[in-house]
Ligand binder design. Structure first.
Ligand code: 13P
Length: 251
């Protein structure tokens, strides 16, 4: 069966000491509590190795927010999947809308990144989602289907089984404007149906699909109660242990 997962995406926030403190707080909060979901934090590259040393990986998974589309070599400033894996991290966010939008990531690059992540035993948290204009002009199903097909549907069923998906409507990210639980459910059901058409019912049923976009303690329970919403990818509310744990406790 698919897993319920709450994953934090810290984005470009926290200095190293601040990040270590936050990770320690989340780890401590998880110690006294039996979470009904897997909990993961995806943090800046600079923090990975240090945070890996202060968390209990049985309680809290660790991931990067990106990785390079090359394995090694003359790519100044890039961080490869083997480098990420060597820190102890086991997850990597790929295809976040901020990477697509501000850094020109294309489906072609993303296919390379997904391949390298899987080759290095990193679990991709692969993001899809439409912008406001696409929501308003009604093309959002088509847009998300295209992101799935172009970014992931080259994988075998076995490989696809290792992917976690995150539906993040771009208009809901950092805006305070959450998709309603019905809007999230509608898209998650569509994503699952699209997976089923490509890989069959078993793979579709086993795929965790997280919702992301202004998810917070006050709306998480209603979102997670929807049958096709298997958890959340959390930005702003992951930057304080208390609010992040409030979302973890929504399961
Ligand atoms: P917010 O929770 O800050 O809206 O960010 C969501 C997100 O982009 C997670 O990847």
């Amino acid at each position: 069966m698919r897993k319920n997962i709450v994953a934090g995406n810290w984005k470009m926030n926290t200095t190293l000491p601040e990040g270590i403190k936050l990770a320690e707080e989340v780890n401590a909060a998880l110690k006294g509590f039996s979470a009904k979901c897997d909990v993961v934090i995806c943090v800046p590259f600079t923090h990975l190795a240090s945070i890996n040393n202060v968390i209990d990986k049985e309680l809290l998974g660790l991931g990067a927010e990106n990785c390079a589309n090359h394995v090694k070599g003359a790519y100044t400033g890039e961080v490869s999947a083997p480098m990420v894996a060597s820190t102890g991290a086991t997850y990597v966010i790929l295809g976040h809308s901020e990477r697509r939008q501000y850094y020109g990531e294309t489906s072609e690059t993303l296919r390379e990144k997904v391949r390298l992540a899987l080759d290095n035993n990193l679990t991709p948290i692969f993001c899809v989602g439409e912008v406001l204009e696409e929501r308003e002009n009604g093309s959002y199903f088509e847009v998300v289907k295209c992101q799935l097909e172009e970014g992931l549907f080259n994988l075998s069923a076995e490989e696809f089984g290792k992917i976690i998906l995150a539906y993040e409507p771009v208009w809901a990210i950092g805006t305070g404007k959450t998709a309603t639980d019905d809007q999230a459910q509608e898209m998650h059901a569509f994503i699952r149906k699209t997976i089923e058409e490509k890989y069959g019912k078993e793979v579709a049923e086993n795929t965790s699909i997280l919702y992301g976009g202004s998810c917070k303690p006050s709306n998480a329970a209603a979102l997670f109660a929807k049958p096709d919403v298997d958890g959340g990818l959390i930005g702003g509310a992951a930057l304080e242990a208390e609010s992040f744990m409030g979302i973890v406790k929504a399961f």
